[in-house]
Design a protein around this ligand. Structure first.
Ligand code: PLP
Length: 371
């Protein structure tokens, strides 16, 4: 167990990251993916929990292939894991080729221009460096068109470098009945058949917990490893993140008074309110707040669920603790925002967002500890 530089006594919140849950989630996904291999996605600072801790834990749990979004993330990861296979999803930016060679990183090439640049670089360097090829099957973000992929397959002999992986990305796999899933699967299958000697990869977390037809040779789960919900109808695996916020102040509010900016919450009875020392600067979405017109998220105080009230400020938020015994809670205590039955998914829904955004926004002002 190690602690972040902010001492607990000074921090507005405590973030506990359960690395044994992370390892177990990875191993569970590995079992579901078998016989396909299971990679891990570490972009966004390991989905907000910290790249170093996530990388070391997942390597120990058996992961050997990793995906990040950017070269800067890949460099940090290479320093942590000298032997790992590391793919950079966002493509080959101009003038970065040498950095890939130097650290033995794999770009995920997603356009004819990127492929041409990689080929030219390999020829200049006199080294056939493997790269992945991304084919778009319906996301319309990165990747070759299927027609471009066909011409790459036809020109394999002159490609000038080995294809380490052929991949595509599912747009709607969290909704199992979405018709795009079957279309993407069919299109990817047809393209993968043109590269019979190359490992193929299509599935994110949602694809990994779906039918094995989606698994191909390598699955690439991210969110499910970190305890997020992989699919609307599939429960999350073990929670990895627990977030507790310090109670800075407890105050009495008279009936008819308002709490916070904009007077958005009006007390309809004499109330006791706990002011917690964290806000949107710590990554708690403003939309998790409440008003007289709409409820917000909840926090657990002294073992009981209490509603957030009023707007979330930059550094503070308010919780109605009228139902809690006066001596059960005092300033300096912690209230739970994630954990004690409050899931990531639950906070995300109340905030009109997704688990991914909650995790990758987790603030830098918390005392962090890794279990
Ligand atoms: C982020 C990402 C993943 C992981 O997705 P999850 O939904 O978090 O499992 C897999 N593949 C690609 C291309 C990604 O960008």
């Amino acid at each position: 167990m190690s602690a972040h530089d902010i001492p607990l006594a000074e921090a507005g919140g405590r973030l506990t990251i359960d690395l044994s849950a992370l390892a177990e989630n990875y191993q569970e996904l590995t079992r579901r993916a078998a016989p396909a291999a299971c990679a891990a996605v570490l972009k966004g600072d390991g989905y907000g929990i910290g790249l170093a801790a996530a990388a070391r834990t997942l390597w120990q749990a058996g992961a050997r292939s990793f995906f990040v979004a950017l070269l800067s993330e890949a460099r940090d990861l290479r320093d942590l894991l000298p032997e790992a296979e590391i793919f950079v999803l966002n493509g080959l930016f101009p003038d970065t080729e040498a950095a890939y060679l130097e650290r033995n990183l794999r770009p995920v090439l997603g356009s004819p221009a990127e492929i041409a640049r990689w080929r030219a670089f390999c020829a200049r360097a006199g080294e056939e460096m493997p790269a992945a090829i991304h084919v778009d099957t319906g996301m319309n973000r990165l990747g070759l068109t299927p027609a471009e992929a066909v011409s790459v397959a036809e020109g394999r002999a002159e490609l000038g470098f080995p294809v380490a992986l052929l991949m595509s990305h599912l747009a709607c796999a969290d909704e199992p009945d979405h018709p795009l899933n079957a279309r993407q699967l069919e299109d990817f299958r047809a393209i993968a058949a043109l590269f019979p000697d190359v490992r193929a990869s299509l599935a994110n977390s949602a694809g990994t917990v779906s039918d094995s037809a989606y698994h191909f040779d390598l699955v690439r789960p991210g969110i499910a490893v970190y305890g997020g919900r992989p699919r609307v109808d599939v429960a999350p695996l073990r929670p990895v993140v627990r977030l507790e916020l310090r109670i800075a102040r407890i105050r009495h509010v008279h009936e008819g008074e308002t709490v916070g900016y904009g007077g958005a919450h009006t007390a309809i009875r004499p109330s006791r309110v706990a002011i917690l020392s964290a806000g949107y600067a710590d990554g708690i979405p403003r939309l998790a707040g409440a008003s007289d017109l709409r409820p917000g998220a909840e926090a657990v105080v002294a073992g009981r669920r209490c509603p957030l009230i009023g707007r979330i400020s930059m550094d503070l938020l308010a919780v109605d603790i009228t139902e809690i015994d006066e001596d059960a809670v005092q300033p300096g205590d912690f209230a739970t925002l994630l954990g004690d039955g409050l899931t990531l998914d639950n906070l995300a829904r109340h905030s009109h967002t997704i688990d991914y955004e909650i995790l990758t926004s987790l603030g830098r002002r918390y005392h962090r500890r890794w279990l």
